[in-house]
Design a protein around this ligand. Sequence first.
Ligand SMILES: [Zn+2]
Length: 305
Amino acid sequence: MNKVFPTFIYFITLFIWLAPGQAQDVNLTGVIDMHVHAGPDSLPRAMNDLEAARRARDAGLRAIVLKNHFTMTADRAALALEQVEGLEIFGGIALNRAVGGINPEAVRQSVAFDGGRGKVVWLPTFDAEFYVKRAGTGATYVSVMKNGNPVAELVEVFQIVAENNLILAMGHSAPEEVLVLIPFAKKQGVRQILVTHVFGQDATNLQMQQMADAGAMMELDWLAAYTNPELLKDYVEVIQSIGAEHFIISSDFGQAGNPDHATGMRQFIKALIEAGINQTQIQMMARNNPATLLGLDQPTVLRTD
Ligand SMILES: [Zn+2]
């Protein structure tokens, strides 16, 4: 047998090995997951805050944001940060009924807690008027608007968000409310606005374009596409038409039975790349844009996923 044949086999094998989406793994270095659920919680969770933080750190993530619907996470993030080195950990507060709804004092305390980890204020999520009415449960809800105007307490919340350079996340508000609240919050001095899983709020493509034009960042979450794979092509469509500079990607994982958050981010990035999203767009949505929201340095090196 001549020597060319084994060399040929070697290169063929190498080519198959490196074929896109097969053996090449996703590089999670520098990736930020801004939607991490973990226990303790009143909903069944896959792991606790510490385990979530350790796994994210071990997978190479740069930062996570701990989110809980019913209690603030600024304190939990500070404790987790003491236990897990090599990862930025942030928290915040979701303004559901458990913390008194639109309660400026709860936001003030979230900011004042040791460690300065209270970085995100989510408008009502499970208790949002839009969410409750759409579910048709008849449950008590928290309104962010009355007669077309933001409720008075919200004005005070926006001022605290602005003074402390926090991120205002829109929770489960209606797209119509979001489109009123973005310019209103900006007028109060709020700089960073994130539209929480924008597809979960039934926003149209036109509304998403308007949100982008108004200066908000929009979140695309893996949980929704993981449970409904049809959604991925809708994600790809808006990333391509509106622009990756207006989106972040997050896992929204943590539910009992689901994989860990880093695995979620890895699956998400892989699915997007296979659907035609390029490395520059991934870089923006997974690393640069979340870093901007959180006030972290911009990563300078383009990573290869
Ligand atoms: Zn969530």
